[in-house]
Design a protein around this ligand. Structure first.
Ligand code: FE
Length: 288
């Protein structure tokens, strides 16, 4: 655990728009909230999807996600609570649990399953989809598990705890970094009355999602289970948050790719032809 003083911002971004997630079901019948939907893919480029899951009812999660394919992007699963077993066609296997992260680059193709290894208790976390640049969409698949203790954390003088999953915040480098999209992914725990600031390049698309309590960005209150899209104010050099009560949230930012996005279910490519190719490869057993 590090301590880090917070850099002073010249100007904070503000909330451009509040988003309430859509309740849905995916996999073999897992209840989840789709926060970042297809409609927001352009606005939040390079991020394609954010699902939030959280339930203490096993019926909501026990079925898990049996074998399914992906091509063209990366999946980042952050497990706040629970245990999930991952297996994929490249021979990777891992147990994702309490505070851990799994980063999977589907690249040209991976078939994987994500199955709960618990019969009761709470399962809570997020799955974020990060797009790959056109030149890397057909790269070899890659996968890494980050157990909770391997994720860099720092505490500010105001007792804000920040877990740096990806990117760099207040001088602390995260568990992962990526060229091209330069993703920043923070899990921020704020005690009541605290403030927190971190730098963000003005051109990066960015959002917060509050999963406990509420936070304010300027005058705008972002309540629990709400996403706040942060405006790309040209003069803003970061974001400043205040917590009226204890709050927990994720902050996600990345450099837009500005490339065509064509999605068909678990395949995200640049053209319709590439989608047809992905489907054909999957049907013929050539995807993975
Ligand atoms: Fe998947």
């Amino acid at each position: 655990m590090n301590t880090a003083s917070q850099q002073k911002l010249h100007q904070s971004r503000s909330i451009e728009r509040l988003i309430e997630g859509v309740a849905t079901s995916d996999g073999a019948g897992v209840s989840l909230t789709r926060v970042l939907t297809g409609k927001l893919q352009r606005r939040l480029d390079p991020f394609l999807m954010l699902d939030a899951f959280g339930s203490d009812d096993p019926d909501d999660y026990i079925a898990g996600f049996p074998d399914h394919p992906h091509r063209g992007f990366e999946t980042i699963t952050y497990m706040l609570a629970g245990r999930m077993r991952h297996r994929d066609s490249a021979g990777h296997e891992g147990l994702l649990q309490n505070g851990g992260v799994q980063w999977m680059t589907a690249g040209r193709g991976a078939i994987h399953s994500e199955i709960p290894e618990q019969e009761d208790g709470t399962m809570e976390g997020f799955q974020l989809w990060l797009n790959l640049p056109a030149k890397n969409k057909m790269a070899a698949p890659w996968y890494k598990d980050f157990p909770s203790e391997s994720i860099p954390e720092y505490v500010t003088p105001e007792d804000v705890t920040v877990r740096v999953i990806a990117g760099n915040s207040n001088g602390v480098a995260g568990a992962m970094s990526r060229e091209v999209t330069e993703p920043l992914y923070l899990d921020i725990h704020m005690p009541a009355g605290s403030t927190f600031a971190t730098a963000l390049p003005a051109t990066h698309n960015a959002f917060i999602y509050v999963y406990r309590g509420a936070v304010k960005v300027g005058d705008m209150l972002v309540e629990s289970k709400r996403m706040g899209i942060l405006g790309n104010t040209p003069d803003a050099d970061g974001v400043m948050l205040t917590a009226p009560h204890d709050a927990r949230l994720i902050l996600v930012a990345g450099k837009p790719l500005n490339e065509p996005i064509v999605q068909y279910g678990p395949f995200v490519m640049n053209t319709q032809e590439e989608i047809h190719q992905a489907l054909e490869d999957y049907r013929n057993g050539r995807l993975a």
